[in-house]
Design a protein around this ligand. Structure first.
Ligand code: ADP
Ligand code: MG
Length: 324
């Protein structure tokens, strides 16, 4: 049994009076201890997919298909079970730590509240463990920091507190949604290194959402590329740079800032990113794709296996990418 199994996941949101699909038939599996990076432009459905795994889909939405954690369907969990699931089995780190932490409560209360209220730990056990995890995430003088208010900590420190709060009860899965995007560049790399090191030492699985392909490749086993609410390519991370085949993946790679001096201009992908809400008859990327032909505008491509990749492109096996 896989740790997480997602089968034909769809998400319909209520927009004005009508319902519209933003996530289309997303299926993938995550094994225990494995890490998957979800990449794609803004609006491609990365956060909605990640949140659905935690049972946190928006109120105005309807989930279709099946999402299971250790064989148990997330949509079948009642309130109490969901609370337990989120407080002890899955951990979540979001982009902006300040929006996830109550500004008027002390750091110590934030850290211990969940385990005391939901898991029945004693206050003194929770405090001892909180000091232990704060030390583990590199916060010096943890006893003092327990009494601090969030406003007294920098963004990087606060993200470390968020990470610590997730480590109190040994979760099996870490869901991280652009965890370093809101931080300054130097803090970004130290926080990312911390997440990576803690994940590996604890054998946690991870789903890591990022628009930074380089970073996702460095910390993940597999890369899942989303466009307009669909998976367009799923492949081993080490194959991304040289063996990815979807024109969208190649365009994303090309759109990265290059540090090797060969090109210092940021190549944006022509056209506007599409969301899953946009209806098209064929491939949603066709409007922006240099390789699109008639079939691409009339038939939705399904994922098919080409060597080690799963690719949703009618022309994936014809295009010869020069990656030198
Ligand atoms: N609660 C919601 N109601 C309606 N549409 C939503 C809601 N949440 C997200 N969306 C739409 O779904 C699409 C995907 O969102 P999201 O998963 O947040 O994208 P990403 O994280 O890849 O930037 C976006 O186009 C967004 O506008
Ligand atoms: Mg997002």
């Amino acid at each position: 049994m896989s740790l997480v199994e997602i089968e034909s996941f769809t998400l319909d949101v209520q927009v004005v009076e009508a319902s519209a699909r933003v996530i289309h038939e997303v299926s993938f599996k995550l094994e225990a201890g494995q890490s998957i990076g979800i990449v794609g432009e803004s609006g491609s459905g990365k956060s909605l997919t990640l949140r659905a795994i935690a049972g946190l889909s928006p109120e105005n939405s309807v989930v279709g298909g099946k999402i299971s954690f250790q064989g148990e369907e997330v949509s079948a969990m009642d309130r109490e079970r969901l609370m337990q699931y989120r407080s002890s089995q899955v951990a979540m780190i979001f982009q902006d730590p300040r929006s996830a932490i109550n500004p008027v409560r002390k750091v110590g209360d934030f850290l211990t509240e969940n385990v005391v209220t939901n898991l029945g730990w004693s206050k003194s056990d929770a405090k001892t463990k909180a000091i232990e995890v704060l030390t583990e995430v590199g916060i010096s003088n943890p006893e003092k920091q327990l009494k601090a208010f969030p406003s007294e900590l920098s963004g990087g420190m606060l993200q470390r507190v968020m990470i610590a709060s997730n480590l109190l009860c040994q979760p099996d899965l870490l869901l991280a949604d652009e965890p370093t995007t809101a931080l300054d560049v130097t803090t970004q790399s130290s926080v990312m290194a911390l997440i990576d090191q803690l994940r590996l030492s604890r054998g946690m699985a991870m789903i890591f959402v990022s628009h930074n392909l380089e970073l996702a490749t460095a910390v993940c086993d597999k890369i899942l590329v989303m466009y307009a609410g669909r998976i367009v390519e799923l492949l081993p991370a080490e194959n991304l740079r040289e063996k990815s085949r979807h024109p969208y993946t190649r365009a994303l790679l090309d759109a990265r800032p290059r540090l090797d001096g060969r090109q210092n201009r940021l190549n944006a992908i022509p056209g506007q990113p599409a969301s899953g809400l946009e209806w098209t008859q064929g491939c949603t990327f066709a409007a922006r794709c240099a390789f699109a032909q008639d079939i691409c505008r009339s038939e939705v491509p399904v994922l098919r296996k080409i060597q080690e990749s799963d690719v949703a492109c009618h022309r994936a096996d014809e295009i010869d990418w020069d990656v030198s």
